[in-house]
Design a protein around this ligand. Structure first.
Ligand SMILES: C[S@@+](CC[C@H](N)C(=O)[O-])C[C@H]1O[C@@H](n2cnc3c(N)ncnc32)[C@H](O)[C@@H]1O
Length: 422
């Protein structure tokens, strides 16, 4: 099973030890999509002894290693060693149309694991954490239109160069100049990169937070940057448990977005610490690590690409449990691409015009955020009827792998996916 290698994963100077072959299978909607990929998975001890063994422990080493990987090692999406960092989920038709207009030089360097691109964001100010070559920023710039703006932040010069190089070409394609800029900075210190507190409506990110050695700083910075009523809507890789030390320090697993994956339970706790009190799962895809060697390193941990929605509302509005105030929310339609239904999360699907009983948190998420122009909420919190009776909304999508494993009602955070009970 061992094969010769042609490259190294981190560093690169002279490391040539062969380690193995990785096969990863991703599963979407029950369909297995096997992609057996040759992995040039080299021990780097000889090439960069000062780095070896410190990944995941030392923040500076981790950041330097990630920068090296995305700046020097990877040149195109096809260079990825596993499919964990690339999304196979079909984007919404409107997003798919917008993607066709993104310059090829940008889209062929896409390393995301989801589609964190909500519709109905005309005029919003968007911030993309770890924008890479900028694919999501380019699409978001088209979606927010001339009255909105998009800022991508990334620490890797080579990625920023690609992102900046195609803006003129894109303006020609669109027929108008998008408000699109790319700034150099670390996502743990976005204020230092010029992002003012309360200046952003929507924070997006695609397969990046897992790479950060200080995820609390990333979430706190995003929270501060958002205005009240704003949202962090992002895709990332998560694990079903805390990973063994051997996995956390594994170079290929780190660079390919698996070693830094947070255990979902820890992620939910972190969200609540920061102020994102009720994280909602929008979609979940299982990532299969089928290579025996890497699977062995990961033990029994399962990996998922999850798109979360984290709403920022004034302190105290979002509660840790779903409470029943007898409120009803109606989706009025109007979000492009969502004429008949709107999916707030993986168990709240609003049919246009149809009143739906919701908990206090959900009422606030649709009635007091950037979504409010599209919803009408009846009732307030003046009378409390107890805990909200949780369960999938009528007509909602089939339970995801995450919610299925957690059960329909798991007050205080599900086993995987987290968030509150409804
Ligand atoms: C997996 S790629 C994803 C890029 C982009 N979001 C996409 O979907 O194509 C990770 C990106 O995050 C950037 N990155 C990783 N850690 C970072 C950090 N701490 N601060 C800023 N950028 C970071 C890397 O430079 C790289 O461009």
């Amino acid at each position: 099973m061992f094969s010769a290698v042609a490259n190294t994963v981190v560093g690169g100077a002279g490391a040539t030890a062969a380690r193995g072959v990785l096969a990863v299978t991703r599963r979407l909607g029950g369909t297995a999509l096997p992609t057996r990929l040759a992995v040039r998975c080299a021990s780097n001890a000889a090439a960069a002894p000062s780095l070896h063994g410190l990944l995941g422990d030392d923040a500076d080493v981790t950041v330097a290693s990630v920068k090296e990987y995305y700046g020097k090692v990877l040149k195109a999406s096809s260079d990825l060693k596993t499919s964990a960092c690339t999304s196979i989920a079909a984007p919404a038709p409107m997003v798919a149309e917008a993607l066709k207009k993104v310059p090829k030089g940008v889209s062929e360097r896409f390393y995301g694991c989801g589609v964190p691109l909500p519709l109905g964001i005309d005029g919003l100010h968007v911030l993309d954490l770890g924008s890479g070559s900028g694919r999501d920023c380019y699409v978001a710039a088209a979606l927010v239109g001339p009255s909105g703006s998009v800022t991508g932040i990334d620490m890797t010069a080579e990625q920023l160069d690609v992102a900046r190089a195609h803006v003129d070409e894109y303006a020609e394609t669109l027929g108008w100049r998008p408000n699109l800029k790319f700034v150099e900075g670390q996502i743990e210190h976005i204020a230092d990169a010029g992002v003012a507190d309360g200046s952003v409506d929507l924070v997006i990110s695609n397969c990046v937070v897992n790479l950060s050695p200080a995820k609390d700083a990333v979430l706190r910075g995003a929270y501060n940057a958002l205005r009240d009523g704003g949202e962090m809507y992002f895709s990332d890789v998560y694990a079903s448990r805390r990973l063994p030390r051997e996995a956390v320090q594994h170079e290929v697993l780190w660079g390919e977005c698996l070693a830094g994956a947070l255990y979902t339970g820890d992620f939910v706790r972190l969200c609540r610490d920061v102020g994102f009190t009720d994280p909602r799962v929008l979609s979940t895809e299982k990532i299969e690590v089928t290579d025996p060697e890497l699977a062995d390193v990961c033990g029994e941990a399962q990996f998922y690409s999850i798109t979360y929605r984290l709403f920022k509302l004034p302190a105290g509005v979002l509660e840790t449990e779903c409470e029943d105030y007898g409120q009803v929310a109606v989706y009025n339609g109007g979000i492009p691409g969502h004429r008949h239904r709107y999916e707030l999360d993986d168990h709240h699907v609003f049919e246009a015009g149809r009143p739906m009983l919701v908990c206090g948190n959900t009422a606030s998420m649709v009635g007091e955020t950037w979504l409010s122009p599209y919803f009408t909420v009846h009732g307030d919190r003046s009378t409390h009827f107890g805990l909200f009776d949780c369960g999938p909304a009528p007509g909602s999508a089939a339970p995801s792998a995450a919610s299925a494993s957690a059960g329909a009602c798991d007050v205080g955070g599900s086993v995987l996916g987290g968030g509150s009970c409804c």
